[in-house]
Design a protein around this ligand. Structure first.
Ligand code: GDP
Ligand code: ZN
Length: 353
């Protein structure tokens, strides 16, 4: 259990569930609402109890610690509760209205992977850093494909300046050089996850850490450099010899921006600080008079690209906010409707008496 990440704090949280005869387990794979769990006794197949099924927010994700009730005489169980998450990654579910869905939980360290080849893109890294801040996991930046880097020192420098206070390491997953640095952040019972766009070398890295070709590395097509599609289920990988755990799931791979203003503030500290001194309190820094941000761009203390990426992010957040508020309004309407129906019935019943 310790190798799975179980500790005294989890045990304390679990106390009341243990009293009900439930046992703890950690979610390893999710597929079509069927879960494969790691428990003390081994692997168990499970489904959610009916009361948890109605809201996507109440569904468990890979990495979750859950309280299960084993079915007598069978290797199956029911998930009765999810222990409060220490960290989680969520994504917005596509559709008319946005819904938050957890794709991975209880990650200690998130490795943000970027390639030092054509993939190199500091603006994208900023987005991933924001997701990491949002999640509650500790971020570490891994610059992969160091073997083909053309200006390694400059790139590391640039990333280090943008990710202040965050460790940055250059590795080559392909040549298996420098990858032991990842294990330094893991160890017995500690869980890591890899974040980064397709083709940066996540599978290669996981394979190298596992020391065997368990995951099928996707070949990058020569012409469009898009990875060939392979289907794999969500996975919690236990590294041998108490080296820790790794989450590598399609959900993590497809993570989209689901961030709040707070995390925008952390990554764009300088711009937010400047914005506070703009003449207009609602300044959008698009050419308004006496705009401190525009002035900083002119003076060269803030680059135009950085301002543009801040504005793009802000627009995305605004859209997200609007969608959320539409959802809230619908919920309010629904509640109001059922409340007024209940009221009508009450009056009717009273009049009848
Ligand atoms: P994923 O989509 O992030 O899982 O990326 P993959 O692990 O499938 O790797 C994508 C491509 O990059 C493959 O062709 C790998 O062989 C290649 N690759 C991965 N790591 C390295 C590396 O360190 N150096 C070089 N030159 N290529 C790498
Ligand atoms: Zn301004």
């Amino acid at each position: 259990m310790k190798d799975l990440g179980w500790d005294d704090e989890w045990a304390r949280t679990f106390g009341p569930f243990a009293a009900e005869g439930l046992i703890p387990a950690r979610v390893a794979i999710e597929f079509n609402y069927l879960y494969r769990l790691f428990a003390e006794t081994g692997e168990v197949q499970a489904q959610h109890a009916g009361k948890l099924r109605h809201e996507s927010a109440h569904l468990s994700a890979v990495g979750d610690w859950v309280a299960i009730r084993p079915s007598p005489g069978e290797a199956t169980a029911t998930i009765e509760a999810i222990l409060p998450r220490r960290s989680h990654f969520s994504r917005k579910v596509a559709g008319e209205l946005t819904e938050e869905q957890t794709v991975a939980a209880n990650i200690d360290t998130v490795f943000i992977i970027m390639g030092l080849d054509g993939d190199y893109n500091p603006r994208r890294l900023e987005r991933y850093l924001m997701l990491a801040y949002e999640s509650g996991a500790k971020p570490v930046v891994i610059l992969n494909k160091a073997d083909v880097a053309t200006q390694l020192a400059e790139d590391i420098d640039e990333i280090q300046q943008l990710a202040v206070g965050i460790p940055v390491h250059a590795v080559s997953a392909k040549e298996r050089s420098g990858i032991e640095v990842i294990e330094r952040y893991l160890g017995p019972g500690r869980t890591g996850a890899l974040l980064g766009s397709s083709g940066v070398g996540k599978s290669t890295l996981v394979n190298a850490l596992m020391g065997e070709e368990l995951l099928k590395t996707r070949e990058v097509r020569e012409h469009d450099s898009r990875g060939r599609h392979t289907t794999r289920h969500r996975h919690l990988i236990v590294l041998t010899g108490g080296r820790g755990l790794l989450v590598d799931t399609p959900g993590m791979r497809e993570l989209q921006l689901w961030a709040h203003e707070d995390s925008a503030r952390e990554t764009f500290d300088d711009i937010v600080e400047l914005a506070a001194t703009c003449h207009f309190t609602n300044c959008r820094h698009l050419g308004e008079p006496r705009c401190a941000v525009k002035q900083a761009v002119e003076e060269g203390t803030v680059t135009a690209e950085r301002l543009a990426s801040y504005q793009k992010l802000r627009d995305e957040l605004d859209t997200l906010e609007q969608r959320k508020s539409v959802r809230d309004q619908i919920n309010i309407k629904r509640k109001f409707k059922s409340a007024s129906q209940a009221m009508k019935k009450m009056y009717k019943d009273r009049d009848r008496e």
